[in-house]
Design a protein around this ligand. Sequence first.
Ligand code: AG3
Length: 275
Amino acid sequence: MELWFTEQQTPDLGFTCKITKTIYTAKTQYQDLAILETKQFGRMLVLDGAVQTTIADEFCYHELISHVPLFTHPNPKKVAVIGGGDGGVIREILKHDEVEKAYLIEIDREVIEASKKYLPEISCALDDERAEVVITDGIKFVSENKNMFDVIIVDSTDPVGPAVGLFQDSFYKAVFECLKEDGLFVAQTESPFYDQDLIKNVFHAVKSIFPITRLYLGFIPTYPSGLWSFTLGSKKYDPLEVDISKIKRIDTKYYNPELHKALFALPTFVQEIIK
Ligand code: AG3
């Protein structure tokens, strides 16, 4: 018998994968969690029915959300990830030698535990001595800590359920305060094809708080429409002013220095969204 998993990406569109095994399912305190073995993408983490990451394409998302901010900041020593319990962003952050400490601020302990057990390729750096896991609400953490980080990366789920607050103006204000005086942050901000209002609202909210606000795009095959956006807010450093000849070569499959600025070149319909 064939088994298929479908994420209902919009009320009128599904993304369907053939699965060979349901590896693990749980109802956590915050969400429904599943680890599936798919034919096309290998093991897949699903939260509340939405694909979070897969072994085959996780590098696209994790590299894009990590290396753009980290290579924009000249000396990122203290970095925080809000969400991202699978550990993929932490793994990428720790490829940067100057990083002294990377904090994972995750609300749902069970995401971390399931990822450690079933997605070791992604979660492998969580036990690194430079990584520190804090189980708490990201909004609370960011509000309670001031002037602490060089870079903050918001690796949230979609703006429904536990992540709603991570897309609100008050959260971006708290992120601003939580960053050092020359700090910067990046948040994943969904698909420019399906989530135009969200991108517009986030962009303008960030722009009203941070001196520099930029949107960049990447391709993530398993996410709605494949085309994905990231919003960067910075107090001082502009990703478009980076001297790319000084970017160190690290082991990546998507990110490279030549792409660093090119990612910010937007299709006309995306320029329109943030105008
Ligand atoms: N966080 C962003 C996932 C958004 C996907 N949305 C969807 N499938 N509807 C991914 C976490 C990876 N560390």
